[in-house]
Structure formats: C-alpha cells, structure tokens
Design a protein around this ligand. Structure first.
Ligand code: FAD
Ligand code: FES
Length: 251
C-alpha cells in the first residue's frame, strides 16, 4: 500500500453523471484486478473509495458516478495538473485459478468499472463472457474496454441499448451454453442477491461489495459486513471481494 500525491492527467465525462479520472502516481504501483483506492478530495476529511479500472505503471484510471458532494467536487474541481492524495492499492481483489478458463463477469452500474480491470488482465489468456447492466443508453460507457471480452452482452433496464433487462438475466440466458468455470461480479445489492438466487452453489462465484468506508485500511470498522457463518469481516481489508456463498447479502 502506497500513499502518493497523484497528479491529474485527465478528468472527463464519459456518460451521464459518470467521469473517468486518470492520474499519475509518484512511482509505479502494482495493482491487482478488483483492488481499489482511497481518493482525498479537498474539503472532505474522509477519503472516497473508488475501484481501479485501469492501471499501467504510474498511470491509473478510475471511473466514478457523481453521487454526493465529494464526487461532485471531484468532477467539477479537478483538472489536468491538479494533485490529490491517494492511498492504493487496497483490498484483496479478484483471483482466478489456473484451471478456470471460462470466466463470466457480471456487472451493474458502477460495478462495471472494477470488472474492466479483470477483463484487461485476463482477456489474453482466458475466455471472458461479459454481462454488463446499465440503467439506460445514456449510462453506457467504456464499450471499447468491455469489447476485449470474447462475448459481451450489454443490458439496459429500459431496453434503450442492448438487451432489455438486467445483467443477471442476460447471464442466465447464456448460462447453459457458456458453462462458466467461475463468475466474478460487482454491482448493487439487489443485483448480487439475484445472482445468488440464480447461481448460488452451482459454480464458484465471487462478488465485490460496496460499503461505506472511513479509513479503507481495516482500522475503523465502519465497513463491517456479516458472513453466512455469523462472523464479521471488514470489506476494505478482508474484501471487497468475497465468496458469494460466504457473504450474507440480506443482513
Ligand atoms: C470498494 C469500493 C469501490 C467503489 N468503486 C466505485 C467506482 O469504481 N465508481 C463509483 O462511482 N463508485 C464506487 N464506489 C462508491 C463510492 O465510494 C461512493 O459513490 C462515493 O464514496 C460517494 O461519495 P460522495 O462524497 O459523492 O457521497 P456522500 O454521500 O457525500 O459521501 C458521504 C460519505 O459516505 C461515503 N459513501 C457514500 N456512498 C457510498 C457508497 N456507495 N459506497 C461507499 N461509501 C459511500 C463516502 O465515501 C463519504 O465518506 C465504491 C465503493 C467501494 C466501497
Ligand atoms: S473502512 Fe475502516 S475498517 Fe474498513
């Protein structure tokens, strides 16, 4: 984990309410797919957790939705040459075993972005089947990255782009044909619950959770979640990626 003063290279709108921020760290930082960073936004004591979407040496890209005041300030106030404190890489990230060849990635909303790092890491050596859900056509973005997958299905809630419905529905339509060895997923809780109902126990599946965070490094316990065995885990330190069958999504 590195604390760096990052320099903004680009901070541009890529879809309705969604921005891509590319920054340079002070030194190259090795980052696993699914890891995240804590971005310090001026005027806010708590840093904001955002997944790493792309990482190449010192150059890191994150994509974020303007959600509240912190991300709004990030979108409006940061231009090329501005600097911000960043802590990275954080969390465990996604692991893929050697024998797992066919990977289904299932993303919804801003959960699409950490999965782009999975697609970038594994598209060359594995077969990636991507199922990505967006609210509507205006929210669809990063298609050129998603298209690195062997197969890509984009679903929108209103059918204004791609197929109508959710990413989980799109996965289930293909499930028998694709026969994934593993499923990697990130998205809103209702989507993860639907995934668990649909495939829970049938195939190994790992999900990245989004929880409110304070420190991002395991010290404050703000981000604690419950496991199905009744134990507790810190999403920032023990996750954010958990075995779908080991995490309690209803708690
Ligand atoms: C591991 C992880 C990865 C994430 N990756 C992305 C991503 O790639 N792209 C993206 O758009 N969003 C991502 N999020 C959600 C993002 O952190 C929140 O949208 C953001 O912190 C909201 O900050 P705000 O100042 O705009 O909102 P405010 O509501 O003003 O924030 C107030 C406080 O609540 C926290 N908070 C509010 N909403 C969330 C939330 N949904 N999750 C966690 N903390 C929250 C903020 O960090 C802040 O401390 C991720 C969250 C986690 C935990
Ligand atoms: S955010 Fe502090 S322990 Fe997870």
């Amino acid at each position: 984990m590195v604390e760096t003063r990052a320099t903004v290279l680009e901070n541009v709108r890529i879809a309705e309410n969604i921005y891509a921020l590319t920054f340079a760290t002070e030194q190259p930082v090795p980052i696993r797919p699914g890891q995240f960073c804590m971005l310090g936004v001026a005027g806010f004591p708590l840093r904001r957790p955002i997944a790493v979407c792309k990482a190449e040496g010192e150059r890191v890209t994150v994509c974020y939705r303007v959600n509240g005041r912190g991300t709004e300030t990030l979108a409006r106030g940061y231009r090329r040459g501005h600097t911000l404190p960043v802590l990275l890489p954080l969390g465990n990230g996604f692991y893929v075993r050697g024998e797992e060849r066919r990977i289904a990635v299932v993303g919804g909303g801003v959960g699409v972005f950490p999965l782009i790092s999975v697609i970038r890491a594994y598209a060359g050596e594995k077969e990636i089947y991507a199922y990505m859900g967006f609210r509507n056509r205006a929210a669809v973005c990063m298609q050129y990255e998603l298209q690195r997958s062997k197969e890509l299905v984009i679903a929108t809630d209103d059918g204004s782009f791609g197929t109508r419905g959710t990413a989980v529905q799109a996965l289930m339509e293909d499930f028998g044909r694709v026969k994934p060895d593993v499923i990697l997923s990130c998205g809103p809780l209702p989507m993860l619950r639907a995934l668990k109902n649909a495939v829970g126990g049938k195939v190994p599946a790992y999900v990245s959770l989004e929880e409110r965070m304070g420190c991002g490094v395991g010290a404050c316990l703000v981000c604690v979640c419950t496991l199905t065995n009744g134990a507790h885990a810190r999403v920032c330190k023990d996750g954010p990626v958990f075995d779908l069958m080991e995490v309690d999504l209803d708690g």
